[in-house]
Design a protein around this ligand. Structure first.
Ligand code: NG6
Ligand code: CA
Length: 512
Protein backbone atom coordinates (compact mmCIF):
# COMPACT_ATOMS: atom_id res chain seq x y z
CA UNK A 1 0.00 0.00 0.00
CA UNK A 2 2.80 2.38 1.00
CA UNK A 3 4.56 1.58 -2.25
CA UNK A 4 1.45 2.46 -4.28
CA UNK A 5 1.04 5.74 -2.39
CA UNK A 6 4.68 6.54 -3.08
CA UNK A 7 4.12 6.02 -6.81
CA UNK A 8 1.15 8.34 -6.83
CA UNK A 9 2.52 11.06 -4.60
CA UNK A 10 6.08 11.16 -5.88
CA UNK A 11 6.42 9.51 -9.26
CA UNK A 12 3.21 10.55 -11.01
CA UNK A 13 3.62 14.32 -10.44
CA UNK A 14 7.28 13.94 -11.42
CA UNK A 15 6.28 12.31 -14.70
CA UNK A 16 3.75 15.03 -15.33
CA UNK A 17 6.29 17.78 -14.86
CA UNK A 18 8.67 15.96 -17.21
CA UNK A 19 6.09 15.51 -19.91
CA UNK A 20 4.99 19.14 -19.66
CA UNK A 21 8.57 20.15 -20.22
CA UNK A 22 8.96 17.79 -23.14
CA UNK A 23 5.98 19.19 -24.98
CA UNK A 24 2.35 18.87 -24.10
CA UNK A 25 1.46 16.24 -26.71
CA UNK A 26 2.12 13.53 -24.17
CA UNK A 27 0.74 15.47 -21.29
CA UNK A 28 -2.92 14.87 -21.97
CA UNK A 29 -4.07 15.07 -18.38
CA UNK A 30 -2.72 18.35 -17.15
CA UNK A 31 -2.29 20.64 -20.07
CA UNK A 32 -4.61 19.76 -22.92
CA UNK A 33 -5.17 22.76 -25.17
CA UNK A 34 -8.54 24.28 -25.91
CA UNK A 35 -9.51 24.33 -29.56
CA UNK A 36 -11.26 27.21 -31.30
CA UNK A 37 -12.07 26.46 -34.92
CA UNK A 38 -13.13 29.67 -36.69
CA UNK A 39 -14.87 28.62 -39.89
CA UNK A 40 -15.78 31.53 -42.13
CA UNK A 41 -18.20 31.64 -45.03
CA UNK A 42 -17.21 32.42 -48.63
CA UNK A 43 -13.92 34.07 -47.62
CA UNK A 44 -11.57 33.90 -50.58
CA UNK A 45 -7.87 33.11 -50.60
CA UNK A 46 -7.16 36.78 -51.35
CA UNK A 47 -9.65 38.29 -48.90
CA UNK A 48 -7.28 38.41 -45.94
CA UNK A 49 -4.55 41.02 -45.62
CA UNK A 50 -1.72 38.62 -45.03
CA UNK A 51 -2.80 36.65 -48.11
CA UNK A 52 -2.59 39.82 -50.20
CA UNK A 53 -6.00 41.43 -49.54
CA UNK A 54 -6.27 45.21 -49.76
CA UNK A 55 -8.89 45.46 -47.02
CA UNK A 56 -7.08 45.60 -43.69
CA UNK A 57 -7.50 42.53 -41.45
CA UNK A 58 -5.01 43.27 -38.68
CA UNK A 59 -6.42 40.76 -36.21
CA UNK A 60 -6.46 37.85 -38.63
CA UNK A 61 -2.98 38.81 -39.85
CA UNK A 62 -1.74 38.85 -36.25
CA UNK A 63 -3.25 35.42 -35.71
CA UNK A 64 -1.32 34.12 -38.73
CA UNK A 65 1.87 35.80 -37.56
CA UNK A 66 1.53 34.11 -34.19
CA UNK A 67 1.56 30.67 -35.83
CA UNK A 68 1.44 29.17 -39.32
CA UNK A 69 -0.03 30.57 -42.50
CA UNK A 70 -0.83 27.76 -44.95
CA UNK A 71 -0.57 28.53 -48.65
CA UNK A 72 -1.80 25.24 -50.04
CA UNK A 73 -4.80 24.28 -47.92
CA UNK A 74 -8.22 23.39 -49.25
CA UNK A 75 -11.85 23.14 -48.33
CA UNK A 76 -13.12 19.89 -49.74
CA UNK A 77 -15.91 21.53 -51.78
CA UNK A 78 -16.66 24.80 -53.48
CA UNK A 79 -19.93 25.23 -51.57
CA UNK A 80 -20.91 25.32 -47.96
CA UNK A 81 -22.91 22.25 -46.97
CA UNK A 82 -20.54 19.71 -48.51
CA UNK A 83 -17.42 21.39 -47.11
CA UNK A 84 -18.97 21.43 -43.66
CA UNK A 85 -20.07 17.83 -44.01
CA UNK A 86 -16.53 16.74 -44.89
CA UNK A 87 -14.93 18.86 -42.19
CA UNK A 88 -17.17 17.47 -39.46
CA UNK A 89 -17.31 13.82 -40.59
CA UNK A 90 -13.94 13.14 -42.20
CA UNK A 91 -15.80 11.69 -45.18
CA UNK A 92 -15.88 13.41 -48.56
CA UNK A 93 -19.45 14.63 -48.94
CA UNK A 94 -19.75 13.52 -52.60
CA UNK A 95 -19.68 9.84 -51.59
CA UNK A 96 -23.46 9.92 -51.27
CA UNK A 97 -26.07 12.04 -53.04
CA UNK A 98 -28.13 14.64 -51.18
CA UNK A 99 -25.25 16.48 -49.57
CA UNK A 100 -25.22 19.51 -51.87
CA UNK A 101 -26.27 23.03 -50.76
CA UNK A 102 -29.07 22.23 -48.30
CA UNK A 103 -32.49 23.87 -48.51
CA UNK A 104 -33.58 25.80 -45.42
CA UNK A 105 -35.77 22.97 -44.14
CA UNK A 106 -33.54 20.00 -45.01
CA UNK A 107 -33.44 17.07 -42.57
CA UNK A 108 -30.23 16.42 -40.62
CA UNK A 109 -27.54 15.33 -43.07
CA UNK A 110 -25.24 13.95 -40.41
CA UNK A 111 -27.10 11.17 -38.69
CA UNK A 112 -26.66 10.38 -35.00
CA UNK A 113 -24.11 7.63 -34.53
CA UNK A 114 -21.88 8.86 -37.36
CA UNK A 115 -18.27 9.51 -36.48
CA UNK A 116 -17.67 13.24 -36.19
CA UNK A 117 -14.97 15.72 -35.19
CA UNK A 118 -16.97 16.87 -32.13
CA UNK A 119 -17.50 13.21 -31.07
CA UNK A 120 -13.78 12.64 -31.29
CA UNK A 121 -13.18 15.70 -29.13
CA UNK A 122 -15.89 14.66 -26.68
CA UNK A 123 -14.36 11.22 -26.29
CA UNK A 124 -11.11 12.98 -25.44
CA UNK A 125 -12.87 14.81 -22.62
CA UNK A 126 -13.55 18.12 -24.35
CA UNK A 127 -16.66 20.20 -23.77
CA UNK A 128 -17.89 20.82 -27.28
CA UNK A 129 -19.93 23.61 -28.82
CA UNK A 130 -21.06 25.03 -32.15
CA UNK A 131 -21.95 28.70 -32.58
CA UNK A 132 -22.96 30.34 -35.86
CA UNK A 133 -23.96 29.00 -39.24
CA UNK A 134 -25.02 25.35 -39.44
CA UNK A 135 -26.41 24.56 -42.92
CA UNK A 136 -26.27 20.80 -42.43
CA UNK A 137 -29.98 20.18 -42.02
CA UNK A 138 -31.99 19.55 -38.86
CA UNK A 139 -34.64 17.07 -37.77
CA UNK A 140 -35.77 13.67 -38.99
CA UNK A 141 -36.82 12.61 -42.49
CA UNK A 142 -39.64 15.15 -42.51
CA UNK A 143 -37.26 17.99 -41.67
CA UNK A 144 -37.28 20.13 -38.53
CA UNK A 145 -40.29 20.63 -36.27
CA UNK A 146 -39.69 24.38 -35.96
CA UNK A 147 -42.30 24.86 -33.24
CA UNK A 148 -41.31 21.88 -31.13
CA UNK A 149 -38.14 20.04 -30.25
CA UNK A 150 -35.74 20.29 -33.17
CA UNK A 151 -33.87 17.01 -33.27
CA UNK A 152 -31.63 15.41 -34.43
CA UNK A 153 -29.18 18.25 -34.82
CA UNK A 154 -25.77 19.27 -33.47
CA UNK A 155 -26.46 17.88 -29.99
CA UNK A 156 -27.04 14.41 -31.40
CA UNK A 157 -23.72 14.26 -33.26
CA UNK A 158 -21.27 15.24 -30.55
CA UNK A 159 -21.87 18.87 -29.58
CA UNK A 160 -22.75 19.65 -25.95
CA UNK A 161 -24.04 23.11 -26.82
CA UNK A 162 -25.32 24.77 -29.96
CA UNK A 163 -26.48 28.23 -30.97
CA UNK A 164 -27.02 28.33 -34.70
CA UNK A 165 -28.41 29.91 -37.82
CA UNK A 166 -30.24 26.78 -39.01
CA UNK A 167 -29.24 27.12 -42.69
CA UNK A 168 -27.94 30.41 -44.10
CA UNK A 169 -28.62 34.09 -43.56
CA UNK A 170 -30.39 34.28 -46.91
CA UNK A 171 -32.79 31.39 -46.25
CA UNK A 172 -35.86 31.23 -44.05
CA UNK A 173 -36.51 30.69 -41.22
CA UNK A 174 -34.63 33.78 -40.03
CA UNK A 175 -34.36 32.69 -36.40
CA UNK A 176 -31.69 31.28 -34.11
CA UNK A 177 -31.91 27.76 -32.75
CA UNK A 178 -30.32 27.19 -29.35
CA UNK A 179 -29.88 23.53 -28.51
CA UNK A 180 -33.26 22.04 -29.44
CA UNK A 181 -35.45 25.13 -29.72
CA UNK A 182 -35.95 28.35 -31.60
CA UNK A 183 -34.89 31.29 -29.45
CA UNK A 184 -37.69 33.64 -28.37
CA UNK A 185 -40.52 31.90 -30.22
CA UNK A 186 -44.03 32.82 -29.09
CA UNK A 187 -46.12 29.62 -29.10
CA UNK A 188 -49.13 31.69 -30.17
CA UNK A 189 -47.31 32.78 -33.31
CA UNK A 190 -45.90 29.53 -34.71
CA UNK A 191 -43.51 29.37 -37.64
CA UNK A 192 -44.22 27.86 -41.00
CA UNK A 193 -41.80 27.85 -43.92
CA UNK A 194 -42.21 26.94 -47.56
CA UNK A 195 -39.76 26.85 -50.42
CA UNK A 196 -42.35 26.13 -53.09
CA UNK A 197 -45.26 28.54 -52.67
CA UNK A 198 -46.11 31.71 -50.86
CA UNK A 199 -47.54 31.27 -47.38
CA UNK A 200 -48.60 33.95 -44.88
CA UNK A 201 -48.94 37.62 -45.66
CA UNK A 202 -45.38 38.90 -45.35
CA UNK A 203 -44.60 40.99 -48.42
CA UNK A 204 -42.12 39.52 -50.86
CA UNK A 205 -39.13 41.12 -52.53
CA UNK A 206 -40.62 40.37 -55.91
CA UNK A 207 -43.88 42.23 -55.23
CA UNK A 208 -42.48 44.99 -53.01
CA UNK A 209 -38.93 45.91 -53.96
CA UNK A 210 -39.58 49.41 -52.58
CA UNK A 211 -39.54 47.93 -49.05
CA UNK A 212 -36.02 46.52 -49.39
CA UNK A 213 -32.81 47.91 -47.92
CA UNK A 214 -30.91 45.83 -50.46
CA UNK A 215 -32.29 44.75 -53.83
CA UNK A 216 -32.12 41.09 -54.89
CA UNK A 217 -30.48 40.14 -58.19
CA UNK A 218 -31.19 36.42 -58.62
CA UNK A 219 -33.48 34.32 -56.45
CA UNK A 220 -33.78 35.81 -52.95
CA UNK A 221 -37.06 37.52 -53.77
CA UNK A 222 -39.46 35.78 -51.38
CA UNK A 223 -40.43 36.86 -47.81
CA UNK A 224 -39.06 40.21 -46.69
CA UNK A 225 -37.66 40.07 -43.18
CA UNK A 226 -35.64 42.91 -41.66
CA UNK A 227 -35.82 44.73 -44.99
CA UNK A 228 -34.16 41.88 -46.88
CA UNK A 229 -35.95 39.39 -49.10
CA UNK A 230 -34.90 35.79 -48.63
CA UNK A 231 -34.91 32.40 -50.30
CA UNK A 232 -38.23 30.89 -49.16
CA UNK A 233 -41.45 32.05 -47.57
CA UNK A 234 -41.97 32.32 -43.85
CA UNK A 235 -45.10 32.80 -41.81
CA UNK A 236 -45.24 33.68 -38.09
CA UNK A 237 -42.37 33.75 -35.61
CA UNK A 238 -42.35 37.57 -35.31
CA UNK A 239 -40.84 37.64 -31.79
CA UNK A 240 -38.01 35.29 -32.78
CA UNK A 241 -36.75 37.08 -35.91
CA UNK A 242 -33.07 37.89 -36.00
CA UNK A 243 -31.53 41.17 -36.99
CA UNK A 244 -28.77 40.51 -39.52
CA UNK A 245 -26.78 43.51 -38.32
CA UNK A 246 -26.35 41.81 -34.92
CA UNK A 247 -25.02 38.43 -36.09
CA UNK A 248 -21.35 39.07 -35.38
CA UNK A 249 -21.90 40.66 -31.97
CA UNK A 250 -24.35 37.96 -30.92
CA UNK A 251 -22.05 35.11 -31.88
CA UNK A 252 -19.09 36.67 -30.10
CA UNK A 253 -21.18 37.06 -26.92
CA UNK A 254 -22.37 33.47 -27.15
CA UNK A 255 -18.78 32.29 -27.62
CA UNK A 256 -17.68 34.28 -24.59
CA UNK A 257 -20.31 32.69 -22.40
CA UNK A 258 -19.55 29.23 -23.78
CA UNK A 259 -15.90 29.77 -22.87
CA UNK A 260 -16.77 31.32 -19.53
CA UNK A 261 -18.96 28.36 -18.59
CA UNK A 262 -16.09 26.00 -19.27
CA UNK A 263 -15.28 23.28 -16.86
CA UNK A 264 -12.18 24.10 -14.85
CA UNK A 265 -10.65 20.72 -15.61
CA UNK A 266 -11.89 19.99 -19.12
CA UNK A 267 -10.74 21.85 -22.18
CA UNK A 268 -13.24 23.14 -24.74
CA UNK A 269 -13.67 22.63 -28.46
CA UNK A 270 -15.65 25.41 -30.11
CA UNK A 271 -16.69 25.25 -33.75
CA UNK A 272 -17.26 28.96 -34.35
CA UNK A 273 -18.87 29.25 -37.72
CA UNK A 274 -19.31 32.86 -38.81
CA UNK A 275 -22.06 34.17 -41.07
CA UNK A 276 -19.57 36.66 -42.48
CA UNK A 277 -18.96 37.09 -45.35
CA UNK A 278 -21.94 35.25 -46.90
CA UNK A 279 -24.90 37.12 -48.40
CA UNK A 280 -26.85 39.06 -47.35
CA UNK A 281 -23.91 41.24 -46.39
CA UNK A 282 -25.42 43.53 -43.79
CA UNK A 283 -22.73 44.85 -41.44
CA UNK A 284 -23.47 46.39 -38.07
CA UNK A 285 -23.52 50.19 -38.18
CA UNK A 286 -20.08 50.21 -36.52
CA UNK A 287 -18.67 48.73 -39.74
CA UNK A 288 -21.07 49.97 -42.42
CA UNK A 289 -19.24 52.32 -44.79
CA UNK A 290 -15.90 51.96 -43.02
CA UNK A 291 -13.84 50.31 -45.76
CA UNK A 292 -14.85 52.13 -48.92
CA UNK A 293 -15.37 48.71 -50.51
CA UNK A 294 -19.11 48.49 -49.93
CA UNK A 295 -20.89 45.94 -47.76
CA UNK A 296 -18.62 43.06 -48.83
CA UNK A 297 -15.59 45.00 -47.62
CA UNK A 298 -17.37 46.09 -44.46
CA UNK A 299 -18.25 42.54 -43.45
CA UNK A 300 -14.59 41.62 -43.90
CA UNK A 301 -13.81 44.38 -41.39
CA UNK A 302 -16.52 42.95 -39.15
CA UNK A 303 -15.05 39.46 -39.49
CA UNK A 304 -11.67 40.82 -38.49
CA UNK A 305 -13.25 42.49 -35.47
CA UNK A 306 -14.83 39.13 -34.55
CA UNK A 307 -11.46 37.40 -34.58
CA UNK A 308 -9.94 40.22 -32.51
CA UNK A 309 -12.76 40.07 -29.97
CA UNK A 310 -12.36 36.31 -29.58
CA UNK A 311 -8.59 36.62 -29.15
CA UNK A 312 -9.01 39.43 -26.60
CA UNK A 313 -11.41 37.30 -24.63
CA UNK A 314 -9.03 34.35 -24.59
CA UNK A 315 -6.29 36.70 -23.36
CA UNK A 316 -8.55 38.10 -20.70
CA UNK A 317 -9.34 34.60 -19.45
CA UNK A 318 -5.65 33.73 -19.57
CA UNK A 319 -6.36 31.01 -22.11
CA UNK A 320 -4.71 32.30 -25.25
CA UNK A 321 -1.36 30.54 -24.83
CA UNK A 322 -2.84 27.10 -24.57
CA UNK A 323 -5.65 27.46 -27.09
CA UNK A 324 -5.24 26.13 -30.60
CA UNK A 325 -6.95 28.60 -32.92
CA UNK A 326 -7.66 27.56 -36.48
CA UNK A 327 -9.04 29.98 -39.07
CA UNK A 328 -10.32 28.92 -42.47
CA UNK A 329 -13.20 29.22 -44.95
CA UNK A 330 -15.80 26.82 -46.32
CA UNK A 331 -15.35 27.77 -49.99
CA UNK A 332 -13.95 30.44 -52.24
CA UNK A 333 -15.19 33.94 -52.96
CA UNK A 334 -18.15 35.24 -54.94
CA UNK A 335 -19.18 38.80 -55.69
CA UNK A 336 -22.84 38.97 -56.76
CA UNK A 337 -24.38 36.01 -54.95
CA UNK A 338 -27.97 37.20 -55.10
CA UNK A 339 -28.09 40.80 -53.85
CA UNK A 340 -27.13 44.13 -55.43
CA UNK A 341 -24.54 45.03 -52.80
CA UNK A 342 -21.94 46.54 -55.13
CA UNK A 343 -19.46 43.79 -54.34
CA UNK A 344 -17.98 43.93 -57.84
CA UNK A 345 -18.30 47.67 -58.35
CA UNK A 346 -16.44 48.57 -55.16
CA UNK A 347 -13.63 46.03 -55.32
CA UNK A 348 -10.96 48.57 -56.19
CA UNK A 349 -7.59 46.83 -55.93
CA UNK A 350 -8.88 44.17 -53.57
CA UNK A 351 -8.72 40.75 -55.27
CA UNK A 352 -10.63 38.10 -53.30
CA UNK A 353 -9.64 35.51 -55.92
CA UNK A 354 -5.94 36.23 -55.53
CA UNK A 355 -5.61 35.95 -59.28
CA UNK A 356 -6.80 32.34 -59.25
CA UNK A 357 -9.37 31.16 -61.77
CA UNK A 358 -12.99 30.40 -60.83
CA UNK A 359 -14.52 31.14 -57.43
CA UNK A 360 -17.26 29.75 -55.20
CA UNK A 361 -19.04 26.82 -56.93
CA UNK A 362 -16.14 26.29 -59.34
CA UNK A 363 -13.81 23.39 -60.12
CA UNK A 364 -11.01 25.89 -60.66
CA UNK A 365 -8.67 26.71 -57.78
CA UNK A 366 -10.46 29.76 -56.37
CA UNK A 367 -13.38 27.47 -55.53
CA UNK A 368 -11.63 25.50 -52.81
CA UNK A 369 -8.20 26.98 -52.13
CA UNK A 370 -8.78 28.96 -48.96
CA UNK A 371 -6.91 30.77 -46.22
CA UNK A 372 -5.89 28.39 -43.45
CA UNK A 373 -4.16 29.56 -40.28
CA UNK A 374 -3.23 27.75 -37.10
CA UNK A 375 -1.90 29.30 -33.93
CA UNK A 376 -0.98 27.72 -30.60
CA UNK A 377 1.44 30.03 -28.80
CA UNK A 378 2.39 27.41 -26.19
CA UNK A 379 3.61 24.93 -28.80
CA UNK A 380 3.92 26.38 -32.30
CA UNK A 381 6.70 28.88 -32.94
CA UNK A 382 5.38 32.09 -34.53
CA UNK A 383 6.03 33.52 -37.97
CA UNK A 384 5.81 30.38 -40.10
CA UNK A 385 4.34 29.64 -43.48
CA UNK A 386 3.64 26.15 -44.78
CA UNK A 387 3.26 24.96 -48.35
CA UNK A 388 2.03 21.54 -47.28
CA UNK A 389 -0.93 20.23 -49.24
CA UNK A 390 -3.67 20.08 -46.60
CA UNK A 391 -7.39 19.38 -46.67
CA UNK A 392 -9.93 20.32 -44.03
CA UNK A 393 -11.21 16.73 -44.16
CA UNK A 394 -8.05 15.79 -42.23
CA UNK A 395 -8.84 17.68 -39.05
CA UNK A 396 -10.80 14.74 -37.62
CA UNK A 397 -8.03 12.14 -37.93
CA UNK A 398 -5.38 14.67 -36.91
CA UNK A 399 -7.16 15.59 -33.68
CA UNK A 400 -8.00 11.93 -33.02
CA UNK A 401 -4.28 11.16 -33.27
CA UNK A 402 -3.31 14.05 -31.05
CA UNK A 403 -5.88 13.08 -28.45
CA UNK A 404 -5.11 9.38 -28.81
CA UNK A 405 -8.80 8.60 -29.02
CA UNK A 406 -8.78 6.67 -32.29
CA UNK A 407 -11.68 7.05 -34.68
CA UNK A 408 -13.93 4.94 -36.84
CA UNK A 409 -11.94 4.82 -40.06
CA UNK A 410 -14.69 2.94 -41.88
CA UNK A 411 -16.82 6.05 -41.43
CA UNK A 412 -14.34 8.92 -41.53
CA UNK A 413 -12.62 7.14 -44.40
CA UNK A 414 -11.12 10.18 -46.11
CA UNK A 415 -9.55 11.74 -43.06
CA UNK A 416 -5.79 11.39 -42.68
CA UNK A 417 -3.64 12.24 -39.70
CA UNK A 418 -1.47 15.23 -40.56
CA UNK A 419 -0.87 16.47 -37.04
CA UNK A 420 2.80 17.17 -37.72
CA UNK A 421 1.82 19.36 -40.66
CA UNK A 422 -0.54 21.29 -38.41
CA UNK A 423 2.21 21.70 -35.85
CA UNK A 424 4.64 22.96 -38.48
CA UNK A 425 6.98 20.02 -37.93
CA UNK A 426 6.84 18.94 -41.55
CA UNK A 427 5.62 20.27 -44.86
CA UNK A 428 5.07 16.75 -46.17
CA UNK A 429 1.30 16.92 -46.35
CA UNK A 430 -1.13 14.90 -48.40
CA UNK A 431 -0.11 12.97 -51.50
CA UNK A 432 -3.28 14.25 -53.19
CA UNK A 433 -6.65 15.80 -52.50
CA UNK A 434 -10.05 15.57 -54.13
CA UNK A 435 -12.00 18.79 -54.71
CA UNK A 436 -15.71 18.95 -55.43
CA UNK A 437 -17.37 21.70 -57.45
CA UNK A 438 -21.09 22.37 -57.41
CA UNK A 439 -23.03 19.47 -58.87
CA UNK A 440 -20.32 16.96 -57.90
CA UNK A 441 -17.71 17.52 -60.62
CA UNK A 442 -14.51 16.21 -59.04
CA UNK A 443 -10.93 17.35 -59.43
CA UNK A 444 -7.78 15.69 -58.21
CA UNK A 445 -4.69 17.66 -57.14
CA UNK A 446 -1.38 15.98 -56.42
CA UNK A 447 1.42 17.17 -54.19
CA UNK A 448 3.50 17.67 -57.34
CA UNK A 449 1.06 20.30 -58.47
CA UNK A 450 -0.84 18.43 -61.18
CA UNK A 451 -4.55 18.98 -61.31
CA UNK A 452 -6.96 16.76 -63.18
CA UNK A 453 -10.53 18.00 -63.65
CA UNK A 454 -12.94 15.26 -64.61
CA UNK A 455 -15.18 15.75 -67.65
CA UNK A 456 -18.55 17.39 -67.13
CA UNK A 457 -21.32 18.49 -69.43
CA UNK A 458 -22.70 21.19 -67.23
CA UNK A 459 -21.58 24.27 -69.10
CA UNK A 460 -18.93 26.91 -68.61
CA UNK A 461 -20.72 29.44 -66.35
CA UNK A 462 -22.76 29.26 -63.15
CA UNK A 463 -26.24 29.25 -64.60
CA UNK A 464 -28.09 31.64 -62.32
CA UNK A 465 -26.10 34.75 -63.12
CA UNK A 466 -23.13 34.53 -60.78
CA UNK A 467 -20.27 35.63 -62.94
CA UNK A 468 -17.97 32.70 -62.18
CA UNK A 469 -16.42 30.12 -64.49
CA UNK A 470 -17.35 26.63 -63.43
CA UNK A 471 -14.27 25.00 -64.89
CA UNK A 472 -16.53 22.36 -66.42
CA UNK A 473 -15.66 20.95 -69.83
CA UNK A 474 -16.76 17.81 -71.68
CA UNK A 475 -13.15 16.58 -72.04
CA UNK A 476 -10.71 15.92 -69.19
CA UNK A 477 -8.51 18.86 -68.19
CA UNK A 478 -4.98 18.80 -66.84
CA UNK A 479 -3.08 21.73 -65.37
CA UNK A 480 0.36 22.11 -63.86
CA UNK A 481 -0.36 24.38 -60.92
CA UNK A 482 3.31 25.01 -60.18
CA UNK A 483 3.90 26.51 -63.59
CA UNK A 484 0.37 27.68 -64.27
CA UNK A 485 -1.45 28.46 -61.01
CA UNK A 486 -4.15 30.29 -62.96
CA UNK A 487 -5.14 27.15 -64.88
CA UNK A 488 -4.89 28.81 -68.25
CA UNK A 489 -3.05 26.08 -70.19
CA UNK A 490 -4.91 22.81 -70.36
CA UNK A 491 -2.13 20.28 -71.05
CA UNK A 492 -4.37 17.18 -71.14
CA UNK A 493 -3.82 16.52 -74.84
CA UNK A 494 -0.07 16.73 -74.47
CA UNK A 495 0.02 14.28 -71.56
CA UNK A 496 -2.61 11.58 -72.14
CA UNK A 497 -0.74 9.08 -69.95
CA UNK A 498 -0.68 11.38 -66.97
CA UNK A 499 -4.37 12.13 -67.50
CA UNK A 500 -5.26 8.46 -67.40
CA UNK A 501 -3.00 7.83 -64.41
CA UNK A 502 -4.62 10.64 -62.40
CA UNK A 503 -8.05 9.52 -63.51
CA UNK A 504 -7.25 6.02 -62.24
CA UNK A 505 -6.00 7.37 -58.92
CA UNK A 506 -9.15 9.45 -58.53
CA UNK A 507 -11.34 6.46 -59.39
CA UNK A 508 -9.55 4.40 -56.79
CA UNK A 509 -10.50 6.95 -54.14
CA UNK A 510 -14.06 7.15 -55.46
CA UNK A 511 -14.43 3.36 -55.31
CA UNK A 512 -12.76 2.96 -51.92
C1 NG6 B 1 -27.29 29.40 -53.84
C2 NG6 B 1 -27.81 30.83 -53.65
C3 NG6 B 1 -26.69 31.64 -53.04
C4 NG6 B 1 -26.19 31.00 -51.77
C5 NG6 B 1 -25.76 29.57 -52.05
C6 NG6 B 1 -25.34 28.83 -50.83
C7 NG6 B 1 -29.44 31.45 -55.39
C8 NG6 B 1 -29.64 32.04 -56.75
N1 NG6 B 1 -28.19 31.40 -54.94
O1 NG6 B 1 -28.32 28.60 -54.32
O2 NG6 B 1 -27.14 32.94 -52.78
O3 NG6 B 1 -27.18 31.02 -50.78
O4 NG6 B 1 -26.85 28.86 -52.61
O5 NG6 B 1 -24.17 29.34 -50.36
O6 NG6 B 1 -30.39 31.06 -54.73
S1 NG6 B 1 -23.31 28.47 -49.39
O7 NG6 B 1 -22.11 29.21 -49.11
O8 NG6 B 1 -24.13 28.31 -48.21
O9 NG6 B 1 -23.04 27.22 -50.08
CA1 CA C 1 -20.04 29.20 -48.03
Amino acid sequence: MKKILFIFIVIVPFLQVCSAKNGSNIDQQTKRPNVLLIYTDDVGYGDIGIYGGEIPTPNIDALAESGIQFTNAYASSATCTPSRFSLLTGEYSWRKPGRGVAPGDAPALIQPGKETLPSVMKRAGYRTGVIGKWHLGLGGDEGPDWNGKITPGPLEIGFDYSFIIPATGDRVPTVFVENHHIVGLDPDDPIEVSFSEKIGDRPTGKEHPEQLKMMWTQGHNHSIINGISRIGYMKGGESALWKDEDFAGTFVKKAQSFIQNRDAKDPFFLFFSTHDIHVPRVPHERFAGTTGHGPRGDVIAQLDWTVGALMDYLEQEDLRDNTIVIFSSDNGPVLDDGYADEAAEKLGLHDPFSNLRGGKYSAFEAGTKVPFIISWPAEIPPGQTSEALFSQVDLLASFAAFNKTGFDASEAMDSQNHWDVLMGKTTQGRAAIVQEAIGRTLSYVTKDGYKYISPSNRGPLISWGVNIETGFAPAPQLYNLNEDPQEIRNIAEKHPELVSQLEKELNKIINK
